[in-house]
Design a protein around this ligand. Structure first.
Ligand SMILES: [Zn+2]
Length: 147
């Protein structure tokens, strides 16, 4: 059995100035830790009162959260982290991967991407994260080409 990687992963994200917050998680049967049998966002909704607004890079707070909830999934507040997340969808006749390849060819090395793990039941979907230039508070970033 491998050690639980979530607390260390949350701290590693924070060390990269990625703002994190704890989410509920699912058990082996897919049941959400919130305990609601009708949960429609199993393992994906916040454990804290203010959700993404509670996100932090403070290692002490992150340790407190993942000590209280060691199996909590990791939520990322994309805005303060300077990230844009794009779901590339190839399901049901969509051609997201093809469109994504065209964008990467046009924008080339200015796009830095990381692929998350694929969801077991949606094998055609992947998630890509684009770091973008940080902008002054209250303004929109000018896009991935502005780095
Ligand atoms: Zn739930």
């Amino acid at each position: 059995m491998t050690e639980n990687p979530k607390p260390e992963a949350a701290l590693e994200y924070a060390s990269l100035r990625v703002y994190v917050f704890p989410l509920h998680n699912t058990d082996a049967a897919g049941a959400c830790s919130c305990g609601r049998t009708d949960c429609h966002s199993a393992g994906k909704h916040p454990r804290t009162e203010h959700g993404h607004l509670d996100a932090t890079t403070d290692p002490a707070q992150i340790r407190r959260w993942w000590t209280a909830w060691p199996d909590a999934n990791i939520g990322i507040a994309t805005g303060p982290s300077g990230l844009i997340v794009i779901d590339v969808d190839d399901r049901e006749g969509r051609h997201g991967t093809d469109v994504w390849r065209v964008l990467v060819e046009k924008l080339g090395p200015r796009l830095k991407t990381r692929r998350s793990s694929r969801r077991p039941r949606a094998v055609s979907m992947s998630t890509t994260v684009l770091p973008v230039a940080r902008s002054p508070a209250g303004t929109m970033p000018s896009g991935p080409a502005s780095t």
